[in-house]
Ligand binder design. Structure first.
Ligand SMILES: Cc1cc2nc3c(=O)[nH]c(=O)nc-3n(C[C@H](O)[C@H](O)[C@H](O)COP(=O)(O)OP(=O)(O)OC[C@H]3O[C@@H](n4cnc5c(N)ncnc54)[C@H](O)[C@@H]3O)c2cc1C
Length: 467
């Protein structure tokens, strides 16, 4: 007898399954792909012996996840590695802005802007225990309204506005802009400051770690923990129609609205279907994985010691790149987000060799080849990079969607996270649907994109409370 079915085994699907199994439910997870994990998997994408992250690579949200902190994931082999430099941002004069674990040391590295950094980013760090539930959870009445209001004052602004009015140096402005650009919105838009401030602050909270062995280790630990609670994952088992599922009181869908409509649309009243149809997806991603003969030859020492490197120059350049992708144009100088895991975890490549991961934002569904533009940006700050490339694997927006229907047009966020869709994600109902027992638990529900499992956690808690 099955109590609950979860469709999709991304981090949110697995987290939802664990919450249900913890409550004593018999849970099964059906996963369309041949392997579990959704956006959290690793594979030999280029050459034998080179382990690449298929999607997520760097995990500031995972280590800060309030739910995962309660799970015994280390027992199943999950080990976090913290880089000496969390995030480096090279500039054309050969220097780099960077964050390290210590807030004070990071602020000191920003010269005259150090005080403002310690004030604004430090404010988020200090208030994190009071605001994390609101940032990593659904919209509810806040438990700490004053702390949240203080955060909101900055967070609701655009990063362009906040950075220009707060910092004097290009370095500090670019540093914050790079983190804000993870949000896949033009930096003139409201809320981009909140994305940038939160991600930057996480450098000083849980860090920006990578899991030893690749992001697959997160999925492996979640699947094994679920199994220890009696839950099962069936990979290679796409669900094409919710009516064909085994009978269960609870069905949780780790799906974004478009694939949800495909398998369950016929069950919804017209008004709800229309709302889901109106859900907006955003820009896409063009990703490259490299097998390298040697580490990336960054000019700046900070970049060589960093886990993550933001390649895109000044705030103005990054803002232009994001504006282009948002408006349907291809940027000639794209903002490139890079991870270089083998500088921390040599087990992921043959001795002396390396892997690197990078992507840039492009218009939704874009078919334009970005490899040359991406590599020119890297060469700008790491001359000789191309000479070290042994092999490349390219993932286009179409490939992303073909591998995972949640990522419409290659939108790795499973939908735009602007002010409107932040609160009504994917509708005002958030996790529930008009169909009794049927719930959404994907990154298209609050708190949205990122590897943290909190969408799954809250969806499963609601489903349990209602059943
Ligand atoms: C290229 C890329 C890079 C990223 N980098 C980072 C990063 O560095 N750090 C970070 O925190 N986040 C990153 N993310 C975002 C992160 O991976 C996602 O936010 C997260 O995986 C969302 O989890 P989820 O459980 O909601 O859905 P997903 O991970 O998308 O999982 C959904 C699962 O459902 C399955 N599925 C879909 N339809 C069906 C069906 N009909 N039947 C059965 N199964 C189905 C899919 O195959 C998939 O396995 C990245 C994402 C991508 C794509």
């Amino acid at each position: 007898m099955i109590d609950a079915v979860v469709i999709g085994s991304g981090p949110n699907g697995l987290s939802a399954a664990i919450v249900l199994a913890q409550a004593g439910c018999k849970v099964v997870v059906f996963e369309a792909n041949a392997t579990a994990g959704g956006g959290v998997r690793s594979a030999e994408l280029t050459l034998p012996g080179f382990t690449h992250d298929v999607c997520s690579a760097v995990h500031p949200f995972a280590i800060a996840s309030p739910f995962w902190q309660t799970l015994p994931l280390s027992k199943y082999g999950l080990e976090w590695i913290q880089p000496a430099v969390m995030l480096a941002h090279p500039l054309d004069d050969g220097r780099a802005a960077s964050t390290v674990r210590s807030l004070e040391a990071t602020a000191a590295g920003l010269g005259d802007d150090g005080r403002a950094y310690a004030d604004i980013v430090g404010g988020v760090v200090r208030d994190w225990p009071r605001i994390s539930r609101a940032v990593l959870g659904p919209p509810t009445l806040p438990r700490h309204p004053l702390a949240l209001a203080k955060f909101g004052l900055h967070a609701l602004r655009s990063m362009q506005g906040l950075a220009m009015s707060t910092f004097k140096s290009e370095a500090a402005r670019a540093l914050l802009a790079g983190s804000a650009a993870h949000g896949m919105l033009p930096l003139e838009h409201a809320l981009t400051a909140g994305i940038g401030l939160t991600l930057t602050a996480l450098s000083h909270i849980g860090g920006w770690p990578i899991p030893r062995g690749g992001s697959q280790s997160i999925t492996t630990a979640l699947v094994q923990h679920l199994a220890s609670l009696g839950g099962e994952v069936f990979a290679g088992s796409p669900v094409n129609d919710v009516d064909k599922l085994p009978r269960a009181k609870i069905v949780l869908c780790d799906l974004s609205p478009r694939p949800l409509l495909r398998i369950a649309g016929h069950k919804f009243p017209r008004a709800y279907r229309r709302r889901l149809e109106r859900y907006r997806y955003g820009m896409g991603v063009f990703k490259v994985d490299w097998a390298l003969d040697a580490p990336i030859p960054w000019t700046s020492d900070e970049c060589r010691r960093a886990g993550t490197v933001h390649v895109g120059g000044t705030l103005a350049e990054i803002a232009a790149s994001e504006r282009d992708a948002w408006s349907g144009r291809v940027s000639e100088r794209p903002f490139v987000l890079m991870s270089q895991p083998t500088t921390l975890d040599p087990s992921r490549a043959p001795a002396g060799k390396h892997v690197a991961w990078g992507y840039c934002h492009v218009p939704s569904g874009s078919t334009v080849a970005m490899l040359d533009r991406i590599e020119r940006q890297i060469e700008r700050f790491a001359p000789g990079f191309r000479d070290r490339v042994l092999a490349r694997s390219i993932t286009t927006p179409r490939d992303l969607e073909a591998n995972n229907p949640n990522l419409v047009g290659g939108d790795i966020g499973a939908g735009v996270t602007d002010l409107r869709q932040f609160f009504t994600r994917p509708t005002w109902r958030n996790y529930s649907t008009p169909v009794k027992g049927l719930y959404l638990c994907s990154a298209s529900t609050p708190p949205g994109v990122g590897v943290h499992g909190m969408c799954g956690y809250y969806a499963a808690k609601l489903a349990l409370a209602r059943s």
